[in-house]
Design a protein around this ligand. Structure first.
Ligand code: HEM
Length: 280
């Protein structure tokens, strides 16, 4: 696999772990906590487990990112040597990567400490999740430009609020009764709408900043990849609408949630490729 493919693959793993890392705290604070009289106790511990596994996954993915950086810089043969990794971790990229690791470890510790409904730990998990979204912009296309970093951080937070919370609920709800399941997805709708709105607004702003002209959409690899991503996001949104209608009618979620997550996975892969391409 060449270095660009390795970079994209490790980014896809990182983004896939990032979404439920942020989404689990949103699922607890903005969805489960809204259920009256109260969400089944098993819901809280299941959400916590998703958050803990996802945040630990971000830590592992960040280690893979550092290796992928060594692979891109020194080649595969030397990428595992302590000298190469030391050079990467003490470089400017490495010092920025440290903030990402710090936020990911803080998230993991907060989820570990959130048992028994400790709300302060859930808020700490939410805060360090957003801090992780900000820290990830330190090494991407936005790095060095505070305005672009702000838009990227809002984009990542919105995408996580939408698809990260959905992923958490999809993993948690099979083990609870049908009535609570419908109530959770109904409570999720406004969170999905807010997250999707933020992701789309920040995404469109970013697209406009990087494309510069409409015809760059079909004339450049970056533009064409972005178009594919937006089509996939539209597929996620259509599934979301169907799920919303079903939740509103008090019907079960069925396979449409699985289809929504499949398209979400394709959004992640297309994004990982997009962030590796040069801007027009
Ligand atoms: C479910 C919705 C979405 C998710 C989960 C998502 C996720 C992401 C992620 C993880 C990044 C990388 C950010 C970084 O590393 O700094 C990104 C970048 C980007 N996204 Fe999205 N996105 C979504 C929707 C959209 C939409 C609707 C658009 C366009 C209208 C869009 C356009 C972009 C652009 C232009 C970038 C910058 C890529 C670069 O670094 O050059 N995204 N997105």
């Amino acid at each position: 696999m060449n270095a660009v493919a390795t970079e994209a693959a490790t980014k896809a793993i990182l983004y896939a772990a990032l979404l439920p890392t942020v989404g689990a705290s949103a699922a607890f604070l903005f969805v489960a906590a809204r259920l009256r009289p109260q969400a089944p106790a098993s819901v809280e511990s299941s959400i916590r487990r998703v958050g803990l596994i996802a945040a630990s996954g971000v830590v592992v993915a960040l280690a893979l990112r550092a290796w992928a950086q060594a692979d891109a810089t020194f080649g595969l043969a030397d990428s595992f040597s302590p000298e190469s990794l030391h050079t990467i971790l003490t470089s400017r990229w490495g010092l920025r990567w440290d903030w990402q690791l710090l936020a990911a470890v803080a998230c993991t510790i907060a989820y570990a400490g959130s048992g028994g409904g400790r709300r302060v730990a859930w808020f700490a998990a939410a805060a360090s999740g957003v801090a992780l979204c900000v820290a990830l912009t330190l090494t991407g296309h936005a790095s060095g430009d505070p305005w672009r970093m702000t838009v990227h951080a809002m984009h990542l937070t919105g995408g996580s609020l939408w698809l990260g919370t959905l992923t958490t609920l999809a993993l948690v709800t099979p083990s609870i009764d049908a009535e609570s399941r419908v109530a959770l997805f109904r409570a999720f709708s406004p969170v999905a709408l807010a997250g999707a709105g933020l992701a789309a607004a920040a995404g469109a702003t970013t697209a406009w900043m990087y494309l510069g002209a409409v015809d760059q959409i079909w004339q450049t690899p970056y533009g064409r990849t972005l178009a594919i991503k937006v089509i996939l996001v539209a597929c996620v949104a259509v599934c979301g609408l169907v799920n919303w209608r079903r939740a509103d009618a008090g019907a079960g979620q069925g396979r449409v949630v699985a289809l929504e997550l499949l398209f979400a996975a394709a959004v992640i892969v297309s994004t990982a490729v997009l962030t590796e391409l040069e801007h027009p």
